[in-house]
Design a protein around this ligand. Structure first.
Ligand SMILES: *Cc1c(COP(=O)(O)O)cnc(C)c1O
Length: 392
């Protein structure tokens, strides 16, 4: 990849030699006017595609009315968003923040407080290998991302990681010191790892049996991404604490932590944040939620997701396989050529993500059309054919 290093930006990731200038729906354009079909969408963030008219309208309307009154006062969009999320999730209370990592921090704070006051000072949270919960110190410790443990020692204590998808591994370490089990219903950053059916239900049963909390990190899987409003609904279980982010704001920075009556144990002074629940972002999230929870919208996610899965099956002849749910998919390549495939796609006008050396991840707009799926395959298929059939 031809990269464009900017001397005034800290070096956190290599970026391709282009500047994205505008977006609409499933497409972005760079400053040279080149158009790209976008199957990254801000990393599964733009649930409604780029610059959705509804998001623009909610932003413009709210920007003209009230942007940030301070979290020390009520504002109407925050009140309505909390009410709607509580009603649709079946949980009792919500707290808003700006990023997913912050929502997960709040979730663990709730669990530790609940443990201190209700479970004889238990504090340990069981998480899973290969998980991704964010980049704060605590969330780096909670995540099982390879290579992270040695980056910024000393690491935050209080997390115990076990194998993903394996309820027995949780049973093996759970004890008096355990306060919660924290898990993604499908591991997103980890490479779209879909556990066996019943995994979340078993974790719910273990949490109930031992009297600990179940925290579902649905920052990537929630808000329609996997074909239902929340992924945990597919297992008919309710977590005690639920975190949301990414798609909730459809491009604007908002995240949420929701908790049931017993887990929602913050007192005044326990939690805060300058931008929490500001009306500019809550007004957008309110609009997003109203759109995404419509049965026809979710049906579109499921049917387009099924179509994408069908089309990805055709890549099996090159030794590829696909896994995912709804509109969150990964293509497993037969060798470690994901970055090269990503770069060839970019050169052909398609944006995809390569989270692992052998993995391409697809996170289109939830409004993606069949024709856009066809357009993706029309680019991807010859690239994989060229690269993989030659090897075979
Ligand atoms: C992206 C992500 C996070 C972190 O969200 P940020 O907004 O980047 O802090 C946490 N958990 C999951 C499952 C995610 O996909």
């Amino acid at each position: 990849m031809k990269t464009n290093h900017c001397s005034t930006l800290m070096a956190i990731t290599p970026r391709p030699d282009l500047v994205i200038a505008r977006g609409a729906g499933s497409y972005v354009w760079d400053e040279r006017g080149t158009r790209y079909l976008d199957f990254v969408q801000g990393w599964a963030v733009n649930a409604l595609g780029h610059c959705a008219p509804e998001v623009q309208a909610a932003l413009a309307e709210q920007a003209a009315r009230l942007i940030t009154p301070s979290p020390a006062y009520h504002n109407r969009p925050q009140l309505e968003l909390a009410a709607q999320l509580v009603e649709t999730s079946g949980l009792a209370q919500a707290h808003f923040c700006s990023t997913g990592a912050e929502a997960n921090e709040a979730a663990v704070k709730l669990a530790r407080k609940w443990g201190r006051t209700r479970r004889r000072a238990a504090y340990e949270v069981i998480t899973t290998n290969n998980a991704f919960h964010g980049r704060t110190f605590a969330m780096m410790a909670a995540s099982g991302k390879l290579g992270w443990d040695g980056l910024f020692p000393p690491n935050m204590p209080g997390f115990r990681r076990v194998a993903y998808g394996d309820p027995a591994a949780v049973r093996a370490v759970i004890g008096d010191h355990t306060v919660a089990i924290m898990v993604e219903p499908i591991q997103g950053e980890g490479g779209v790892i879909v556990p066996a059916r019943g995994y979340l239900r078993e974790l719910r049963a273990i949490a109930d049996e031992y009297g600990v909390l179940l925290i579902a990190d649905e920052i990537q899987t929630g808000i329609g991404r996997t074909g239902t409003l929340f992924c945990h609904q597919q297992e008919q279980v309710l977590p005690d604490i639920l975190t949301l982010g990414k798609g909730l704001g459809a491009g604007v920075p908002i995240a949420a932590v929701l908790a049931n009556q017993i887990a929602s144990c913050f007192d005044y002074g326990d939690q805060g944040g300058t931008y929490n629940g500001n009306p500019l972002v809550t007004a957008v999230a309110l609009k997003v939620l109203q759109i995404v929870k419509e049965p026809a919208f979710l049906e579109h996610v499921r049917s387009t997701g099924a179509y994408l899965r069908e089309r990805l099956r055709t890549l099996e002849e090159f030794g590829c396989s696909a896994r995912g749910s709804g509109l969150l998919w990964a293509i497993v390549l037969p060798d470690d050529c994901a970055e090269a495939v990503r770069d060839e796609c970019l050169a052909a006008g398609v944006l995809v993500n390569a989270p692992r050396p052998n993995l391409i991840r697809l996170m289109p707009s939830l409004r993606v059309q069949h024709s856009e799926v066809d357009e993706l395959l029309a680019v991807l298929e010859p690239i994989l054919r060229q690269r993989l059939l030659r090897v075979a």
